[in-house]
Design a protein around this ligand. Structure first.
Ligand SMILES: Nc1ncnc2c1ncn2[C@@H]1O[C@H](COP(=O)(O)OP(=O)(O)OP(=O)(O)O)[C@@H](O)[C@H]1O
Length: 128
């Protein structure tokens, strides 16, 4: 049996997984960029503490889903390089999890930013 890893090396391996996903998945880079924009918008619009909780949860869920999707893709490619219905089911289901998390995040974003964005738009229209 292998000796248990130290807390530090476990943390390092987890960061390697995140780095691998950022490097290989354009979707993960997109999720990270959108999350940064949403956080900047939250700061600009002074959203409430409750709204922050929803926004941070939504961003984390999308990126966690993408990490798990990448893990599933890697395992499927390793064990089933040839086409197989179960390999397809595994990859499609993992992709479905990302889609569901992304739709949830968009809905949360619309609920939180709808009013401040509308107010900003009205302000711009009246000042033109
Ligand atoms: N081994 C396989 N057997 C059957 N179908 C597969 C297999 N590999 C991939 N597929 C099908 O092709 C689709 C795309 O697979 P692919 O490996 O390109 O992943 P992807 O979802 O496009 O991920 P990536 O973000 O890496 O491009 C899968 O969702 C699945 O429907």
């Amino acid at each position: 049996m292998r000796p248990p890893h130290s807390w530090r090396s476990t943390f390092r391996y987890a960061l390697e997984g995140i780095r691998y996903t950022l490097r290989t998945q354009i979707n993960m880079r997109m999720h990270a960029a959108i999350s940064l924009c949403v956080i900047a918008a939250g700061i600009v619009f002074h959203i409430s503490r409750m709204e922050w909780l929803f926004i941070i949860t939504a961003c984390a869920l999308v990126m966690m889903a993408e990490l798990l999707n990448t893990a599933v893709e890697a395992v499927v490619d390793l064990v089933s390089p040839d086409a197989h219905p179960l390999a397809k089911a595994a990859k499609d289901t993992a992709a479905g999890a990302v889609l569901l998390a992304a739709v949830f995040a968009v809905i949360i974003g619309l609920i939180v930013f709808y009013q401040p964005l509308l107010a900003l738009l009205r302000h711009w229209l009246y000042t033109i």
